[in-house]
Ligand binder design. Sequence first.
Ligand code: AMP
Ligand code: MG
Length: 520
Amino acid sequence: MKLNLKHTFIQELPADPISENTRRQVKEACFSYVTPKKTNAPKMLHVSKDMAKALGLSEADVSSDTFTKVFTGNEVLPHTKPYAMCYGGHQFGNWAGQLGDGRAINLFEVEHNKKQWTVQLKGAGETPYSRTADGLAVLRSSIREYLCSEAMFHLGVPTTRALSLALSGDEVLRDMLYDGNSAYEKGAIVSRISPSFLRFGSFEIFAARQDHKTLKQLVDYTIQQHFTHLGTPSKEVYIKFFAEVSQRTLEMIIHWQRVGFVHGVMNTDNMSILGLTIDYGPYGWLEGFDFGWTPNTTDKQHKRYRYGNQPNIGLWNLYQLANALYPLIEDVEALEAILESYKTDFEKNSLVMMKTKLGLELNDDKDHMLVQALEDALLLTETDMTLFFRLLGRFKKGDAKRGLDIVKEAFYIPNEVSDTIAQQWRDWFERYDFRLDKELLSNIERQSKMNTVNPKYVLRNYMAQLAIDDANKGNYNLIEELFQLLKKPYDEQPDYERWFAKRPDWARHKVGCSMLSCSS
Ligand code: AMP
Ligand code: MG
């Protein structure tokens, strides 16, 4: 296996001098060296060929024994030194102190085709940051992370990627619902790929410890490696850096809102400094359009991370990052101006995004009201978000009277569409039809544009669960089927039409489909 290996992170940043793998507070260091755990019977289940190619791996490499060993942590490539990163974070609104890679181990960096990647294993054993947990991951959460990271990439949502999914051959004890019923599950390891796995929390930890020296080293490193276009680090450049992180975070969240993705655990340790979706845990996809929905049962009470609150939480998290960077910037006004513009930009960009979902290219003063009226209507009765917007593409000018008929498949309980609700919809379709008169595109052109932003296929919660149920019985075919399906989420794929459907009724309250805990 010939990879163009790099080691910038460990070469340029301070290492934890202690080499024992004991759980502890790690001070004045960005990472600790650690060796992945040997596993009982490693077995590769799936590999993302696109990702392998992007790293410069050949097909022969991917099918080799070495590949399985390296990407399950059973062999460490010569001249590489795996490490776990130190970070902190705000969890559910409270400072949680040191967290760190408790079950993630970075293997090495790769440069290929002028792109820089860090390769990381998730579930490969304990690290100094494992706190009270075991450093392992189970098959169900690994399937969810593996499939969703690649699906998000193909949806055009900024995200970390995944290279491989493997069984460790070990059993892992988990209390899936946190209700005292622990059981053994199959252990698994995902290799995740990203230009960097640095998080907001990576910076917060040093600010919290008033270790401004390491903080500066880390910020300078991040700018020099990942924000080179900003120039040589200085106070001005730190401000620009924060502005760009803010902008990227905003863009990422707008994409989430567009496709109906709910992250579920937007703690600051799960916010990538590159504005990538990271740490796929109890995430979910909106089925019925609902601003109040979260899949995460751990967050059931306050619903802090519900769909409609993601934009606000992005801002809240950016405030924490601003606080962490403050010692290097010492300019409250500059930071506040950036946070203020997040709010206004969000509103603007959000409207632009919603208009693309409606196929509206030109401007009208009342567009925000049209969008608002649509959201009100979508909330009247459970209406499938993905189906609705995809079907709306079939609407033609002059179709106002047929509107309801065109989208009817999107309603979960057709009986609930009462006369009043139907009337509200008819009113909306009248407005939409009237507004379309202003547009220049033909019906066909508009539909094909809408189909590039309104996916036909997303990884519905129950679909992932079906793949998990099969995999737990040793059948991995559905992982491959969903993987292929989700590579082209905007295309019509007649062979896969069965996945263009509402969530089946059996999945409404099923664990794993509508309810997920952080247990993974
Ligand atoms: P999360 O909310 O899943 O992003 O995890 C929060 C923190 O808990 C991170 O520091 C993780 O590394 C750590 N963590 C989660 N699960 C485990 C595990 N099974 N073993 C060790 N650390 C874990
Ligand atoms: Mg995390």
